[in-house]
Ligand binder design. Structure first.
Ligand code: ADP
Ligand code: MG
Length: 385
């Protein structure tokens, strides 16, 4: 490819804000895995100009060369990353601008969305050799703080938490589930560890450790959790004095979110109550889809209260928050259905626009009983269809 690495990035937050768009949407295709190769998969995804994604069920490479065009569905995102992209490039294109904004006292959030095995954790956490967005963001943050150190004091606090089965847990200090409370600043998890971080080096180890604490499903002991959402919250507090010695205090929050596998939430075929319970549909992910649908449609009522995840992310989705969605997909034709669902979802999220009615509170009660929950899940599924 002869396209410059960041050439596709034509929209910045400032520009999207003018157009009213609130979410920047990116797609990352991971390389074909060994299992997929062994199973004889073909690649059904093609990225053109680092922007367009073509999903082709039948066209072969030969067809492509002969017809010079691709058959199948086509999507356009703010940038689309082929499997050769580096972690650093993904970070610079998607998140570095948010880090800048957070230092100015704004909030920002980055979500990774996609089926289990599509590359969400690799993108967010990465490995020791190739650290992902979470680690690169913190590294960048510390280097930006160093450059501004004569302006005032910055304190960086980290929290790493999990939502699994509508239970919130502290990944930095595992123990009893955390209770969500509403206070002046919004929804907070009571008792959550706020780890004061001083350097990048300690952070990677801390996050790896936290990831070990993520809930793994008993039936898939060797796989990382596919139904748990991991949220890293980085709070930056800035204190300084102006010329008149008045205290200036700015607080910005960056949330980096590795969502649960989307495959179960997207199974939207008609289900009975019993099979729903059996399948243990991820209520938080469904609720997130509902909120996104409601935001896209400019609805007055945004149902944040329907799940723990959406309560926690309320201040990341509404108002003036800068939001980035990274959709992770496999290139294999064996994952065609999941990939198509993920691309549709990201395509829709892209359409969330700022509305004057954003400040509306939602006042629906939080469902308490199992039957209420099941009813709610069915309703959410219907809404999302
Ligand atoms: P998810 O978190 O979406 O379930 P993972 O991030 O765990 O998926 O990725 C599944 C597997 O694919 C892992 O072994 C991971 O190391 C590998 N992988 C994912 N994305 C990439 C990539 N961009 N480059 C190399 N390997 C990747
Ligand atoms: Mg994962």
């Amino acid at each position: 490819e002869n396209v410059a690495p960041n050439a596709a990035r034509k929209l910045s937050f400032a520009e999207t804000e003018k157009s009213g768009r609130r979410i920047l949407a990116f797609v990352r295709v991971r390389p074909l895995g060994k299992k997929e190769k062994d199973a004889g998969s073909r690649c059904c995804v093609r990225i053109v100009d680092r922007r367009d994604v073509y999903l082709t069920e039948f066209a072969s490479e030969k067809d492509y060369l002969r017809l010079k065009r691709l058959r199948g569905r086509h999507f356009t995102f703010d940038a689309s990353f082929p499997d050769s992209v580096t972690q650093q490039e993904v970070y610079s294109t998607t998140t570095s601008e948010l880090v800048e904004a957070v230092l100015e006292g704004r909030n920002g959030s980055v979500f990774c969305y996609g089926a289990t095995g599509a590359g969400k954790t690799y993108t967010m956490l990465g490995t020791v050799e190739s650290p992902g967005v979470m680690v690169l963001a913190i590294k960048d943050l510390f280097s930006k703080i160093r450059m501004r150190s004569c302006d005032g004091n910055h304190a960086v606090h980290l929290s790493y938490l999990e939502v699994y089965n509508e239970t919130v847990r502290d990944l930095l200090s595992p123990g009893r589930p955390l209770v969500l409370r509403e206070d002046k600043q919004g929804i907070v998890a009571a008792g959550l560890t706020q780890y004061r971080a001083y350097s990048t080096d300690e952070v990677m180890a801390l996050l790896q450790q936290g990831n070990q604490n993520r809930t793994t499903e008993p039936t898939r002991a060797n796989e990382t959790s596919s139904r748990s959402h991991a949220i890293l919250q980085v709070v930056i507090e800035y204190r300084a004095r102006d010329a008149a010695m008045n205290v200036i205090n700015k607080v910005g929050k960056l949330s980096l979110i590795d969502l649960a596998g989307s495959e179960r939430a997207l199974a939207t075929e008609q289900r009975t109550v019993r099979s729903l319970e059996g399948a243990n549909i991820n209520r938080s992910l469904l609720a997130l889809s509902s909120c996104i649908n409601a935001l896209v449609e400019g609805k007055k009522h945004i149902p944040y209260r329907n799940s723990k995840l959406t309560q926690l992310l309320k201040d990341s989705l509404r108002g003036t928050c800068n939001t980035v969605m990274i959709a992770n997909i496999s290139p294999s034709n064996l994952s065609f259905g999941e990939t198509q669902n993920t691309l549709h979802w990201a395509d829709r999220a892209k359409e969330i626009r700022t509305k004057a009615t954003d400040a509306n509170e939602d006042l629906l009660p939080v469902p308490e009983t199992e039957t209420d929950r099941t009813k709610l899940v069915l309703e959410l599924q219907k809404e999302n269809r």
